[in-house]
Design a protein. Structure first.
Length: 249
């Protein structure tokens, strides 16, 4: 066989050995989703041969980046309001409420006792001179929900000077996990993801707005459609449930 024919045959064999298609998808997701979404993305990459790039942060920060033109293919917010801001740009091709979550009070010390959330809770006394870790109360959904719940019981004004705010809920979680703050307010899913904290109370659902995670597809690429669909597979639902989320779809 001549060299040109040998080269052509070799190239043909090489093309058969390569994936028929390899693409990329960029996901912007609320920080509280990291543990679950990393698992889902890893499974999707293994099945498709495509690559998922995930940027985690507070939903408000991500929404502002998207409205400023950041090239995200999928956005998952921990607050419908921030998704509404993105929708105003006209970039949302598909949107559904994907998950729900619960708000909890967590502690670093495993020996502390459970407490009851209510207007009589001596939260300042619990802190013992330490700080209450919360996500940014003006921009991050976990912080916004937490402030709303404390205001509901008339506790916010007294505790506000003792609040240490983190850029996102995982930063809040880390403060409690390492003992920098004795208590913090996070989602139930965050407490599942971090063995160095434990839940001492769950905030009643009627003390804050419903915690919903809308997911949106922002591009029409095949990879975006594929990953968006992967969020609702039985395998993904099992992962979300195992990490403390409530699956809505």
């Amino acid at each position: 066989m001549s060299f040109p024919r040998l080269l052509a045959a070799a190239l043909a064999c090489a093309s058969l050995a390569l994936p028929a298609h390899a693409g990329e998808v960029t996901i912007f997701a609320a920080a509280s989703m990291k543990t679950a979404l990393d698992q889902i993305a890893q499974n999707w990459q293994s099945e498709t041969g495509d690559t998922a790039h995930i940027s985690y942060a507070g939903s408000g920060a991500l929404a502002r980046q998207i409205t400023a033109g950041a090239p995200a293919d999928i956005f998952i917010s921990a607050n419908p309001g921030w998704m509404d801001e993105v929708a105003k740009t006209g970039r949302v091709a598909e949107r559904e409420d994907l998950l729900a979550n619960r708000l909890v009070l967590i502690a670093h010390d495993p020996e502390v006792q459970p407490v009851e959330i209510g207007p009589d809770l001596d939260l300042k006394g619990l802190l013992g001179g330490g700080k209450l870790a919360m996500a940014l109360v003006t921009a991050v959904p976990a912080g916004q929900y937490g402030k709303a719940a404390l205001e509901h019981y008339g506790l916010w004004a007294a505790i506000e000077p003792d609040v240490a705010q983190g850029d996102n809920v995982r930063a809040t979680l880390a403060m409690v996990a390492i003992g920098a703050a004795p208590y913090g307010i996070t989602y139930a899913s965050d407490a599942v993801a971090e063995p160095r904290v434990h839940v001492v109370a769950q905030f009643p659902d009627d003390s804050h707005p419903p915690i919903r995670y809308p997911a949106a597809r922002l591009s029409d690429s095949a990879e975006a459609r594929s990953f968006y669909a992967a969020l609702s597979t039985p395998e993904a639902k099992d992962i979300f449930t195992a990490q403390g989320f409530d699956v809505l779809k």
